[in-house]
Design a protein around this ligand. Structure first.
Ligand SMILES: *Cc1c(COP(=O)(O)O)cnc(C)c1O
Length: 410
């Protein structure tokens, strides 16, 4: 038998979403008449907008004609999309990003999971708790950790607790690290770092020769104009940060697949001899070796969200989800729950009532209100005692779910 990668065996066996699925299926089998509403998994529900659909259709038609057919595209993405990104996502907010610093990809899950490959096997890392599980798991797979303890935490990772006392924002690492992951607006807590908060991180990273891996998958959900949408709005971030953006939640691309990474030219790491190496060179090398680019129709579809009509359509969908979030927040407050997030992020983070743990409350919510949430403990040990509700649902369903929660728990 061939030797396998033993590090995979350290991963917690029951990944969060399969376990939720198992419990929901068991409940439905026992209660076939129950109308279960899912506000659990963070997937969008609104269909593609007209501009996106038209752009994709047109691109498919181009591909069906010999003179405009396209085979392999550039690994880093077509210029038309990278130019549109530089102009609309950054220059419009006063940030200069060269299109050559942008790497178009098929998703931020892959990007935020793959980025660790270009750093040393013994690079040290800090990760907020709770957070999107991809950062921890991919570092476990790569062998940067020991085994998990009884609290689910892996030896070798410096966890940054995000608690109610700190507004669910992580404090600076106590010990120096090479890499730190940040996610703002946050999945799962909905917390958003202010400019002052991010400046603190950038100053720390520059003083400590660390790199910030900044996941901005939810930047479009920021409604307060004073809040940063990109780490590159912060002075000095070009020397210490990589940013991940995705069209998944922004434009309903979870099934279409398109995202991008920004790696500034100034960003460097050190080699075994202490020499300085441009990080973008390594990411470029990795991308061109392991990736053959995002399909042409998908990149045209992504470009369409920057047109005048496309941008309005996408904003309307975001407004729809954010109105859902406001309904969830208001309803939960009426039922006496303590809630967080849901103002500049599509997730509402709620404290479980009566000292129930996350899974106990998940079960109570499912059996009494027939509503599915996501147990906070699935995002890290500091998520224990919380539950995440997603605003990615149809209005009637969200209203119905909130009505039932008020009815059963108020
Ligand atoms: C949904 C999500 C992503 C996006 O993943 P894609 O692969 O682009 O669909 C990235 N980061 C976080 C924190 C997310 O919740």
């Amino acid at each position: 038998m061939a030797r396998i990668n033993d590090h995979y065996l350290k991963l917690a066996a029951g990944y969060l979403f399969p376990e939720i699925g198992r419990r929901v299926t068991a409940f439905q089998q026992a209660n076939p008449k129950a109308d279960v509403i899912r506000l659990g998994i963070g997937d969008v529900v609104l269909p593609l907008t007209p501009s996106v659909r038209q752009a994709m259709h047109d691109a498919v038609d181009e591909m069906a004609i010999a003179k405009s057919f396209k085979g392999y595209g550039p690994e880093r993405g077509y210029d038309f999309l990278r130019d549109a990104i530089a102009k609309h996502d950054f220059r419009s907010r006063g940030v200069e990003i060269d299109p050559n610093e942008i790497f178009v990809s098929d998703g931020s899950k892959c990007d935020s999971g793959n980025i660790q490959e270009i750093f040393a096997e013994d690079a040290t890392i800090a990760i907020p708790d709770p957070v999107y599980p991809v950062y921890v798991d991919t570092n476990v797979m790569a062998g940067r950790t020991g085994a998990a303890g009884s609290d689910g935490r892996y030896a070798g990772i410096q966890y940054l607790p995000c608690t109610e006392a700190s507004g669910f924002l992580p404090a600076l690492p106590k010990r120096p690290v090479d890499l730190v992951y940040l996610c703002s607006p946050n999945n799962p807590t909905g917390a958003v770092a202010t400019k002052a908060e991010l400046s603190k991180w950038v100053d720390w990273a520059r003083a400590n020769d660390a790199i910030i891996l900044f996941d901005a998958a939810y930047e479009r959900f920021v409604t307060d104009p004073a809040l940063p949408r990109s780490i590159f709005e912060i002075e000095g971030a070009r020397e210490c940060a990589i940013e991940f953006r995705s069209y998944s939640k922004t434009a309903g691309f979870t099934g279409i697949r398109c995202a991008y990474v920004v790696v500034p030219k100034e960003l460097t790491g050190r080699d075994a001899n202490g020499g300085s190496v441009a990080v973008s060179k390594l990411w470029d090398r990795r991308t061109s070796t392991k990736f053959n680019g995002v399909s042409y129709p998908v990149q045209r579809a992504a470009e369409a969200i920057y047109s005048e009509a496309g941008s309005k359509e996408v904003q309307a969908n975001i407004d729809y989800y954010m109105a859902n979030a406001a309904i969830i927040r208001a309803g939960l407050a009426k039922a006496g729950f303590h809630t967080f997030g849901g103002v500049n992020a599509p997730y509402v983070w709620m404290k479980t009532p009566g000292g129930l743990d996350s899974w106990q409350f998940f079960d109570a919510l499912l059996s009494k209100a027939n509503v599915v949430g996501t147990p906070g403990s699935g995002f890290g040990s500091c998520g224990e005692g919380y539950l995440r509700l997603s605003s990615f649902g149809f209005r009637e369903k969200v209203e119905e779910a909130v009505g039932r929660i008020v009815q059963h728990f108020a």
